[in-house]
Structures are given as C-alpha cells and as structure tokens.
Ligand binder design. Sequence first.
Ligand SMILES: [Zn+2]
Length: 314
Amino acid sequence: MKLGIDLGGTKIEAIVLDSKGVDIWRKRVATPGGKYEEVLTAICQLVADAKQENELDLSSPVGIGTPGALTLESNSNIAVMKNCNSTVLNGRPLLNDLIERLCCTVHMANDANCFALAEALSGQGKEFALKGATMATAETVFGVILGTGVGGGIVVNGKVLQGINSIAGEWGHNPMSSVQIDSSESGRLCYCGRINCVETFLSGPGLSLSYKLRYGDTRTPETIIAKMRKGDPAAVFVWRQYMQQLSVSLAQVVNLLDPSLIVLGGGLSAVSEIYDELRVLMAPHVFSNAVNTTVLPALLGDSAGVYGAAWLTG
Ligand SMILES: [Zn+2]
C-alpha cells in the first residue's frame, strides 16, 4: 500500500493506494490558516488516521505533495520551503519537521511533479500503456500545468526527476521564443523577476494579458475561448497566437527530452481545440521529420496531486 498527502492552500488530502494503484481510502481536512505548527499537526493527524485505519506499519513511508520547493539557504544544511503560495510554509524546514514528527521516511515533491507522476502512473500514462503500447513507450512523461501559473514535471521510468537544484521541469520560467512575441510588446515581468517567462504567455492570466495588450480590453480566459469558438476575429487572433506560443515552447521540450507522452493539466488544458492541431503546429519546430509525441489532456483532475504524492513512496 502507498500513502500520500496533498498539502494545498485550502485543503489537505490523504489517500491510500493498494498494490495495483487503486485508491482504497481517502480523507480530507481544511488547511489550517495562519499557523505553521497547526499545518504540521493536521498532516500528522491525517497520516496517523491513514495508518491506523488501513493497518499500515507506523514506519511505512509517506509521500507529500506541496506547493513551492525545498531549498538550501546559505549557512545551513537544512532545506526550507520557498515559492509557496501558502506563505506560512515559506522559510520553514517542512521536510525535516515531518520526518521528526512522523518517525518514518518522507518523500516530498512539488505539485507539478506530483501531477506528472500521477498522470504517468494512474492517469494518461496508464491508459497509454493499456492501449497496446508497452509501458516502456511511456518511459518519459512530461506533465504540464496550464493554470494560473505554468508548472512542469518530468517522470522517467515511473520516477520523478528532481534534479540537483530541485527544478527539473520548471519550463514555465524559460524565456518565450522571441519570434512568438508581438513586436509591440515591451516585455512581461514574471513574479520570479525574469522577463517574458513562458508562464507570462501560457498561463490563464497570460492569455488575458495577450488580449489586453493587443485590444485594450480585459477578458477572462473563459470569455476569450467562448468568443474564439464563435469566430470573433480578435479572440481567434489571440488564440492562434497562444497556440503558436504553446507549440514552440513544447517543441523545445521535445527537442531536449523527447518524451513519449505530454499530459496537459490546469484550466486551459480543458480547451479541446488544443489537441486538434498542436502536433501539426509543433512539427516545424521539432528536430525530426515526424513528431510521434502524444499530447493528451489530464485524466485525474483535482485528484492528481494526492495520487502523485502516494506514488512518490515508490
Ligand atoms: Zn518566471
């Protein structure tokens, strides 16, 4: 059995998977706001409940998906959290504190990595294997979240690739290809401090900004998609530009990683038009005569984080 915890800004969810990866137990609680100690206690209580109710050994490992990432600060050998939208976690040694309290092995990864792992092993990657391809053909999966931000995670042979800097897959903070940026733009400032990050174009707010910069009006991504479907010329233009930007950015991933499967998650991944033409648009930018990479929408929805956390335990 595998036990996973997804620590989110509003809820903390626990799952237990059986040996075949099927969920046999789930529980969620609201994330305590304000105090770090209360978050730790809530996680430990969920782990205790999961172990007791499923008769798991107290020493069995726990996988935890979190926002942000662990980082080593100068003059310290204890990793602390950074880049968390749940700000009570920032600067805190979450992994160390949990190991100390839970007295078991704790595997931790960020939500984009958990998303990629979950889709690789319980979602589209599993379907991909069942459809006649062998698991070996899905040996490399790139998971992308196109939501309020843009995240990415890489799974190789069923394992998350963390990287020496714990940033493997953070493609959202590569610069957008300058060829795909409207010449009238002066540069989009990303929250990370860089200019023209992929995220500032491919996230939901990025799509809205593309519309605003060109036409002056503020439109939500949902409105732009609805107008595009009705053939509104402005929305169609901005959407076509978005598709080119997405295609070039993913083609760069293909040239580097050559994944057999790319799974898109987050709000914008639900736009079915993406899948009609993405491979065709990617083709001129991929260093190959044919693009055999499969690109699919995520299957697991909100559950991906907690499934991925459970799979972290091996
Ligand atoms: Zn950035």
